[in-house]
Design a protein around this ligand. Structure first.
Ligand code: ATP
Ligand code: MG
Length: 484
């Protein structure tokens, strides 16, 4: 019995007897587990700077290869601490070479701890503390694009209305601009979409009559007016649920291109009876098509135009329209008497493309096939011959929009979408459902770039005013502007 007691007392005074296990576990969690979780989150949301982390790994690898680390151990007077055993040595190399990821994770978890502390203080200040002392809990906070972030909170016992009421106080305490608060009833969470700089709720095209040729305005980001060109984005898709601002965006785009490119011609197909594009009627370089039947005939003409333009480029040994336009007039091989000297670009705009492909009783199945074929051809070959396609649709699915056409619409303006599935169809991610319900608010996607913009507002009255002087222009016939 005595021996047993002695043993127990010896054990209690062992090397680990003074260890505070709780503190050790929480420190290990903070130093190892938490950074690893942050790295996993970072990889999932693609916000981890992978290139820098790998570069760091290469740098450390270089040091190990040159045995500089061994020299460092020697200089520090601890050469025996250097891992000479093979298994330990390889683990040592692996840990050092991936330490860039760990540093990043550690930094993120430190930021997170700081944010939680700040939030706790702010929730108390703005009155989001229940009588039992409960506060909303922090779940995550990550960037959704260059300027916008999303923070998810556990709502605890608070309703969306309570958060909405506290919004101005939250904005001033956290020095942020909240675009939207959205609750999820199922998991009791609240998403706050916010930024550190304000997003305009309405914007106009600045100096619309002096925008460079080929260029058009996408919208305003939190920092600047974003423009692009038809060379960078030859074909464009404009998607979004009803009332998002698709037709308004098209109005601004058509007006900009018309005013600043005197040799462009336009075909505007508006299958909602021509109402959206009424304002462009009676302009010499614009043809407004209000019905499916007429649209099909026009598309067939355009198919011929495409072929003629390709033949013309081939005959002149030009790879694209720009090469052709840069030829001297006397060097061009045009057929005699043709009006091709000023081969201009042609813009085909279709507002609500689904109306054409799901036309049902309005059109024959054969006609729809023709429309699909021509659009696919323009999408594939139009860029080089200067025929551009701009399609707006509420329904971006395969039935309403040919996948081959969609694949060639390199630029996408996506307004708010009803559900993640539609957003994923257009953008590849559910980002468009996270947009606030503000008319004109959209995501601009071009290549891997995805950015929130407020698209410009241009009223029909303003278009009328701007186009007034062009209404008296004499009609011109350009290739691509054939009469049916
Ligand atoms: N960029 C904008 N800025 C401010 N308000 C806008 C903007 N775009 C659209 N709106 C407002 O939203 C309304 C609906 O816009 P619009 O008709 O362009 O939507 P839509 O996406 O074409 O809808 P639908 O699919 O039903 O045709 C407009 O009448 C206008 O008042
Ligand atoms: Mg519309």
């Amino acid at each position: 019995m005595k021996n047993h007691n002695q043993m127990a007392s010896t054990n209690s005074q062992g090397p680990l007897s003074g260890v505070d296990w709780f503190k050790l576990t929480s420190n290990l969690y903070f130093v190892i587990t938490r950074p690893l979780i942050e790295v996993a989150y970072g990889i999932r949301s693609s916000r981890i700077p992978l290139a820098e982390c790998f570069l760091w790994g290469d740098f450390v690898g270089g040091i190990i290869c040159l045995h500089l680390d061994q020299a460092l151990f020697r200089n520090m007077g601890i050469p025996n601490w250097y891992p000479h055993k093979a298994t330990i040595y390889y683990s040592y190399c692996a840990i050092l070479m991936t330490s860039g990821f760990w540093f990043w994770g550690l930094f993120q978890s430190m930021l997170r701890t700081k944010l939680i502390k700040r939030l706790t203080q702010v929730f108390i200040e703005v009155g989001l503390k229940s009588p039992l002392g409960k506060l909303p809990s922090f779940i995550f906070d990550y960037p959704v694009d260059e300027f916008t972030r999303k923070m998810r909170l556990g709502r605890s016992c608070f309703s969306l209305e309570q958060f909405e009421k506290a919004k101005p106080a939250l904005e001033s305490s956290l020095q942020i601009y909240i675009d939207e608060m959205r609750e999820s009833r199922e998991n009791g969470s609240l998403d706050i979409i916010y930024s550190h700089s304000p997003m305009p709720t309405i914007t106009h095209i600045e100096n619309i009559e002096t925008i460079p040729a080929l260029s058009f305005v996408i919208g305003k980001t939190r920092a600047k007016q974003l423009t692009t060109t038809l060379q960078k984005v030859p074909h464009l898709m404009v998607a979004g649920q009803t009332g998002g601002g698709k037709s308004t965006f098209l109005r601004g785009l058509i007006t900009t291109l018309y005013l600043n490119n005197s040799d462009y011609s336009f075909t505007l197909i508006d299958l909602k009876g021509g109402l959206e594009f009424q304002t462009f009627e009676n302009l010499s370089r614009i043809k407004v098509i209000p019905s499916v039947k007429q649209a099909i005939t026009n598309l067939q003409n355009l198919e011929r135009t495409l072929k003629e333009r390709m033949d013309l480029l081939k005959a002149n040994d030009c790879k694209d329209i720009d090469a052709y336009r840069s030829l001297r007039e006397e060097d061009r091989k045009d057929s005699p008497g043709s009006h091709r000297g000023k081969l201009g670009r042609h813009i085909l705009v279709i507002d609500e493309a689904a109306e054409m492909f799901l036309a049902g009783s309005h059109a024959q199945a054969g006609d729809i096939q023709t429309a699909r074929r021509v659009l696919s051809q323009i999408a594939r070959q139009g860029r080089s011959v200067g025929v551009h396609l701009i399609i707006a649709t509420q329904r971006p699915d395969a039935k309403a929009l040919d996948p081959q056409v969609k694949a060639n619409l390199t630029g996408v303006v996506c307004f708010q979408m009803l559900n993640d599935a539609s957003s994923i169809t257009v953008l590849g991610v559910g980002r468009a459902t996270e947009l606030p319900a503000i008319a004109g608010r959209a995501i601009w996607k071009c290549g891997s770039e995805m950015i929130e913009v407020q698209t410009p507002y241009l009223s029909t009255e303003e278009v009328d005013r701007l186009m007034e002087k062009h209404k008296s222009e004499s009609p011109k016939t350009y290739l691509g502007d054939k009469d049916e």
